[in-house]
Structure formats: C-alpha cells, structure tokens
Design a protein around this ligand. Sequence first.
Ligand SMILES: [Zn+2]
Length: 201
Amino acid sequence: MFDGSGGAGGRYVPAPGEDVSCALALVNTRRMDSGHQVDLIVGTSQASHWLADRGLLPSGSVMNDADAGRLAALRETIRALFSARAEQRAPVPDDMSWLNAALAGAPLVPALTWDETGPQQSTQLLGPAADPVDVALARLAGDALGILTSTGDRTPAPCGAHGCIRWFLRTHGARQWCSPRCGDRVRAARHYARHHPAPDA
Ligand SMILES: [Zn+2]
C-alpha cells in the first residue's frame, strides 16, 4: 500500500524543508498514510506534544480545546496560503487575516543571537510574558510569512504524487515529490500506464 509519509515500516521521514520550517512541518501533520488521512495534532494532548517536540511550547504545557482548534485552523490557513503562492494567485482574504491575527497575537521582534555557527536571526518576545500558545502560533505564522515572501531559491510546493497531500520546500526546479517513495510510486504508475493503455486510448 501507498505510504504518503514517505517512510517505510511506520517511521516518519520528514519532507524536504521540515527541518528548517516549523510552518511546513505543521502543514504536514495532516497527511495520507496507507490511503488513510492521519492527523498528528488532533486533540489537546497530541497538539501540545507536537509543539513541545518542535521547541515551540514548554514541555509539560497543556493546551485547551480552543488552543488545539486554533493550531489546526492555523495549519489550514498556512496550507491555503502555500497553495495560493504555488498557484500564483491571490489568497482568500480571510486566510491573510488569520495569519496576520496569529502574528499579532504575540509581538515578536527580530533579535541577533550567536552560536557556534556564527550570527543568527531569531525572534524574541516583546514585552511581558504572553500566553505560550499565542507565542507558538505567532512563531509558526512568522515562519510561514518568511516562506511565503521569500525571494530565494526555496519555495513551498505540493507533492505531485497522486493521493499525497504533503508539501515540501523546493530547492531546485526539478523536484516534484516529497520523498523518493512518492517518486518511485509515480514512476511505477507511469510504467504501468505505458504497458496497459486504457481501452479507449
Ligand atoms: Zn508525496
């Protein structure tokens, strides 16, 4: 059976770009696995764990139902904005409003940090402690904003394999699949089609 996660034996293989983009990783928490849709952030416990695993929420934090709903809504907003960008069309105004509301939920300012690899740009919370979920959603929205407005060589692209709903960051024009597994599946389908033409073809 098709495994849209790109993994084998149940192990999750991230799509290209998930390591650098929490917004992309969020979008891919809803994906197809063996023909069924899976959702990694359904419910407050899973949503809290996912944010903590990405370093976006202090571990041990517990979200309420409304917070989990906001996270899921932001995911669909980001997915819709990625689609608009990939299809080179204007997004639905509500999606822009939702992203901007998440950005405004916790004012984050750019900050210079320095680690062993040198200077880095990060964001820091402006003002007194805000709701940690607001901060997490603002960071996710900020990451999405960076990807959407990037003029560099990394653009969000939907996997071209039938039945796969994952997105990846395309770093060169040729890449069309989120994983080698999806690429293999498409090549196998093309091979089959070539040797088994449709009766009315
Ligand atoms: Zn795929």
